[in-house]
Design a protein around this ligand. Structure first.
Ligand SMILES: Nc1ncnc2c1ncn2[C@@H]1O[C@H](COP(=O)(O)OP(=O)(O)OP(=O)(O)O)[C@@H](O)[C@H]1O
Ligand SMILES: [Mg+2]
Length: 255
């Protein structure tokens, strides 16, 4: 492992029961960079990031995943609880599924600070809300999730995932529930805010164009394998794998 790597996947294979859905994946992401995993539905993208987030209790993982140099197979449940939110966090596809409809925006932040034994820091919350362009002040703080648009909910989810300054952020299709214009602005925002915090990001998307917008490097998955990995420039301009070319062609046809 390189000293500046924030996360390393070393020959990772993941099986549900006897079925291997992810095979022999190796790549690493340097501190502060954005890595996008692209590939079609069912290629194993979510499985890979869920494994790295400690969410795959029911699967068998072989090989090694290192988070900030720590082999995740050595972590206990209580280690994971401490790490989530503070060191690593996850942004999911559908924010309304994990925002609590009975809690105001302010209470979402209060719950998070409390869960990690930290005292509530109102000015840090206000700074973060400004950073994600939810700058309605008290009005936003007292809103319930259903009073926010889908794009605003996802920006709130980004703010919640970053408020405790994690070093690694996983985002699994964070914009696919949003309308197309809002998608681009949320992606730009995610890049901007994580850059400001120096966080490393692994973003999953089936859209290689979205990946190119935000990522330093791209990994292309097909049927559980990483068929290509390289800098965004190289993957977009000089794709080596036939499947990458198919993905690029399909994007060009839609536009
Ligand atoms: N909990 C599970 N138990 C058994 N099989 C699973 C489980 N979760 C996912 N799979 C299988 O693993 C494979 C990869 O699924 P995964 O969700 O990782 O794909 P994905 O690339 O994220 O797809 P999508 O773009 O649709 O989100 C699929 O064949 C899926 O059916
Ligand atoms: Mg998925």
């Amino acid at each position: 492992m390189n000293k500046s790597d924030c996360i390393v996947f070393d020959d990772v294979t993941i099986a549900y029961g006897t079925e291997e859905v992810v095979r022999n994946i190796s790549f690493s992401v340097p501190n502060g960079e954005v890595f996008a995993i692209v590939g079609e539905s069912g290629s194993g993208k979510s499985t890979l990031v869920r494994a790295a987030f400690g969410m795959l209790k029911q699967a068998t993982i072989t090989g090694q995943i290192l988070l900030n140099g720590i082999d995740i197979s050595t972590l206990s449940d209580s280690d994971w609880r401490k790490l989530r939110g503070t060191e690593i966090s996850m942004i999911f596809q559908n924010p309304s599924a994990y925002l609590n409809p009975n809690r105001t925006v302010e209470n979402h932040f209060k719950d998070l600070f409390r869960a990690h034994g930290e005292s509530y820091d109102a000015s840090r919350v206000m700074d973060m809300l400004n950073l994600v362009h939810l700058d309605g002040g008290e009005r936003i703080l007292q809103s319930y999730p259903f009073q926010l648009s889908g794009g605003m909910q996802q920006r709130l989810a980004i703010a919640l995932s970053l408020i405790l300054k994690p070093t690694i952020v996983f985002a699994d299709e964070p914009t696919s529930a949003l309308d197309i214009l809002v998608q681009a602005s949320v992606l730009d925002l995610l890049r901007e805010v994580t850059q400001a915090l120096g966080a490393t990001v692994i973003i999953v998307t089936h859209n290689i164009k979205a990946a190119a917008r935000i990522a330093n490097s791209i990994g292309v998955m097909n049927k559980g394998q990483l068929v290509e990995v390289g800098t965004t420039q190289d993957v977009i301009n000089h794709p080596k794998d036939e499947y990458t070319r198919v993905l690029l062609d399909s994007v060009m046809k839609v536009v």
